[in-house]
Design a protein around this ligand. Structure first.
Ligand SMILES: [Zn+2]
Length: 415
């Protein structure tokens, strides 16, 4: 019935850090990116033709031809191109199986990916030594900020692959997932359209907490409208319409992603400072019987994405996260256990006299489920000890607002 799960597994964690290049990409490296792009596209075609799925199989059937077609490329880069092609093919097959109509994948932008044996990064100076072919190397000078230093100077992080783009590189840093700490307190969060609402419980006292992000819905609405307008205006030219919409889409994606990371960071900072475990709803199999319009708005807004970011960052820092089945969490009274028939207005009211903000009430139920499943160690929580007059703000989009080119009020504090 009620499924609960801890999200931690023993695994290698990877984080990519973007570095810009101090002086542009050397010409030799530009040729390498173009050559790599061609190799990936050739490998995709070869893989499709031979119906091959693994990198090794692909290397076996196609390496010889490739060595002739790309005589100057460093052999490890060539193998890496096969790996990239396999990843692309895997995604393509997944979409294909689902029946989504999709075109044969083709890489348009020049880039290259070097595995960790195929390049050297001096972590002190931030200089990458990238081999092009035997006896020919290029040096890439990375722009290193304080943010980058955190990764470069942390020797518990090992280097993964290096992705080179025309104006920047992405370095993958890897580490073993740290063991999550034993929590001293609990945070549970109910995920809503414009905010995370929840409780923070520590030493027999519980307070309401909130992280608001009203601008995410606003941004989504604006981009949705703009896309619709574009489609209408450019109806005579499908290609232009599609390209413009795509550009709109990636802009929207970046804006929203940025805010989701800010919200996640503030939640995790709060949790880490108080050594809290975080309880979230398990959204798997989440279906709602809401109106079409509300469903569109809810599916547009990336609640799953926010959870993903929180979980991943928590795992990186060793903060325990638990996920619980949210069924009935918005209809149950945490004091007397009555389950009410329908959702209520903004406030949850029970015959037993309990009344509370609907979202915070839901988060109390999530917390109690987590505790009843024994997930919080010896920690206890008594809903009667909830302090109704206190609200702790984890994240507020207004403080230190950063103005954007289009005038949207934004969020400051880039980490
Ligand atoms: Zn009640």
């Amino acid at each position: 019935m009620c499924s609960t799960r801890a999200v931690f597994k023993d695994e290698m964690l990877v984080k990519g850090a973007v570095f810009y290049l101090d002086t542009g990409l050397p010409t030799k490296a530009k040729f390498l990116l173009e050559d790599f792009r061609l190799a990936v596209n050739n490998a995709i075609r070869a893989g499709l033709q031979a119906r091959v799925t693994s990198r090794n199989a692909l290397v076996k059937i196609a390496y010889k031809d490739f060595r002739q077609d790309h005589p100057l490329m460093y052999s490890l880069h060539l193998v890496s191109a096969f790996g990239v092609a396999c990843g692309i093919l895997k995604n393509y097959r997944k979409r294909d199986r689902k029946g989504a109509n999709c075109r044969i994948p083709y890489v348009k932008r020049p880039f290259m990916k070097a595995e960790n044996q195929a390049y050297k990064l001096d972590r002190k100076s931030g200089v990458v030594d990238l081999p092009i072919r035997a006896g020919c190397h290029v040096e890439l000078k990375l722009v290193v900020s304080q943010y980058h230093r955190k990764y470069l100077d942390d020797m518990t992080l090992s280097l993964g692959s290096l992705t080179v783009l025309p104006d920047r590189v992405i370095v993958a840093f890897r580490k073993d997932a740290p063991k999550p700490y034993a929590p001293n307190s609990l945070i549970s969060l109910d995920t809503n359209e414009q905010s995370l609402d929840g409780v923070f419980a520590e030493g027999g006292v519980a307070k309401a907490i909130k992280a608001e992000f009203p601008d995410i819905a606003i941004i989504q609405q604006r981009h949705h409208d703009r896309r619709k307008r574009l489609q209408k205006k450019k109806a005579h030219d499908r290609r232009i319409s599609r390209n413009l919409c795509r550009r709109e889409g990636s802009r929207e994606h970046r804006r929203i992603d940025y805010r989701l990371h800010q919200v996640a960071n503030s939640v995790l900072k709060f949790a880490e400072e108080r050594r809290s475990a975080i309880v979230l709803e398990d959204l798997r199999g989440f279906k709602s019987k809401r109106s079409k319009e509300l469903n569109r708005r809810l599916s547009m807004w990336p609640r799953g994405k926010l959870h993903q970011i929180i979980e991943y960052k928590a795992q990186w820092s060793g903060i325990p996260v638990f996920k619980v089945d949210p069924r009935n969490s918005s209809r149950t009274c945490p004091i007397c256990g009555r389950i009410h028939d329908s959702r209520m207005g903004a406030e949850f009211v029970c015959e037993c006299g309990w009344r509370l903000d609907r979202h915070i009430n839901a988060s109390i139920n999530l917390l109690q489920t987590a505790i009843s499943k024994g997930m919080a160690g010896g920690l206890r929580f008594n809903p009667g000890a909830f302090q109704h007059d206190v609200m702790m703000i984890l994240y507020d989009p207004v403080t230190g607002a950063r103005s954007e080119p289009n005038g949207t009020s934004g969020i400051a504090g880039v980490t």
